[in-house]
Ligand binder design. Structure first.
Ligand code: BGC
Length: 411
């Protein structure tokens, strides 16, 4: 190898090469050229090192106290940061996503979910900001359902319906935490045992939820549950998004796509009638990118009962085992894009119709009507009372599994 190199130099500049036994000396021109090459190499190494440190930091998880519950239990806030600096803060009170900081098209981070700065806000919260919802997401009509000939009665917390698991749902429980960070990114595992009879539901239900913030700016949520008696389960996350940043105006200008050709119309109490109605030709058609507010004020009986969008869409690719693209949202000003992928058959698109300016959220921001929207991946509302809907029954020996990915990017 050394010989070959020497031979090449010698053959290029034979006259200029002085030969010593075992050594060669370079001419001044060669030295200048070699200096140039070395300088370029050093510059390249330094440049690639600098750019990788500027764009990529180490993925981390930080824990800090978040307050005490009314019964004196301490809860914490876990901040997960991925290699590009995207950040999600989750508390083990309700498994709530407290903050989610993602870049706009210029790389500026903003918190895109509604919520509170401290635990007190969440303990009295009735909007379910950011929370894990269970044991049954959305409504169960008249607070009852039957299983194997037994009628189960649940606390009624929404007229005579049961909403989001009852009076004290999973959103108000203290969960046990484990750091399960791995190669996809920092990850937090939350577990909770919902005892037999809690909020009227049968069976001891062991629930596990894993939040992973991947290095591709995805917040991946995996839900698992097992039971020792037949029961019903429908878990989701109730984050309110505003891609312009929380508290920065309403979401009516966001463009949304829902990959669903049908939705489940509701009665006056927001209970599905059982019909799977085609969206074509209605304000519920989001099969093409459409501003949320574009048809909100149209004369439409379903928009009237929902006070806007507060409905379940039947996902075209949902409920088949794998992840499929369910929804997309885009805020043209910031350039932020949110893609929602899920294994679930339905998605509740709720446009913050009950926000009324009485809530003072993070940083003192006031949340007015339609300042956030939810994309709650789920089984359809009131499924235990609709045998034609995809079933929500979980039996001993089975495992409930559900995955949803909130993926952020820009354009
Ligand atoms: C429901 C709404 C409800 C909101 C907040 C949504 O999932 O569909 O009707 O007002 O949650 O509780």
């Amino acid at each position: 190898m050394a010989e070959a190199a020497t031979g090449k130099l010698a053959s290029i500049h034979p006259a200029q090469c002085r030969e010593w036994p075992g050594h060669y000396t370079f001419t001044p021109e060669e030295i200048v050229r070699i200096h140039g090459i070395v300088a370029m190499l050093l510059f390249w190494i330094a440049a690639s090192f600098t750019s990788s440190t500027a764009a990529e930091t180490k993925a981390t998880m930080k824990k800090q106290p978040f307050g005490k519950t009314e019964d004196g239990r301490s809860v914490d806030l876990y901040t997960l940061t991925n290699k590009s600096g995207t950040e999600v803060a989750i508390t083990n009170f309700g498994g709530i996503v407290v903050a989610l900081k993602v870049p706009d098209r210029n790389g500026k981070l903003d918190d895109v979910v509604l919520g509170y700065d401290n635990l007190d806000g969440y303990t009295s919260n009735t909007a379910y900001f950011g929370a894990i919802i269970g044991r049954y997401g959305n409504r169960i009509a008249h607070g009852e359902f039957a299983l194997d000939g037994v009628t189960y009665r649940l606390p009624q917390n929404d007229g005579d319906n049961t909403l989001h698991g009852g009076k004290v749902g999973f959103n108000k429980r203290v969960w046990t935490v484990k750091d399960v960070s791995g190669s996809p990114g920092p990850a937090l595992e939350l577990t909770y045992l919902s005892k037999d009879g809690e909020e009227g539901f049968p069976g001891n239900l062991n629930v596990r939820v894993v939040y992973t913030l991947t290095d591709k700016n995805e917040l991946r949520i995996e839900y698992f549950a097992t039971t020792d008696k037949p029961t019903v389960v429908n878990l989701t996350n109730h984050s309110y998004f505003n891609l312009a940043g929380q508290g920065n105006g309403d979401i009516l200008g966001h463009e949304v796509v829902l990959h669903a050709d049908r939705f489940t119309p509701v009665d006056q109490a927001l209970i599905p009638t059982g019909e799977l109605r085609p969206v074509k030709g209605t304000p519920f058609d989001f099969t093409k990118p459409t501003a949320i507010g574009a048809r909100m004020n149209q004369e439409d009986q379903q928009l009237k009962v929902g006070r806007g969008y507060d409905h379940n869409w039947v996902l075209n690719g949902g409920g088949r085992g794998g992840l499929s693209l369910a929804a997309e949202a885009y805020d043209a000003k910031s350039g932020r894009v949110l893609d929602v992928l899920t294994t679930e058959p339905g998605i509740q698109f709720y446009t913050g119709n009950f926000l009324d300016g009485t809530i003072h959220g993070k940083g003192g921001k006031v949340y007015n009507l339609r300042y956030g929207f939810c994309l709650e991946t789920q089984h359809f509302p009131d499924s235990p009372n609709h045998p034609s809907f995809p079933p929500t029954l979980l039996k001993p020996g089975q495992e409930y599994r559900s995955t949803t990915v909130f993926k952020f990017s820009t354009r």
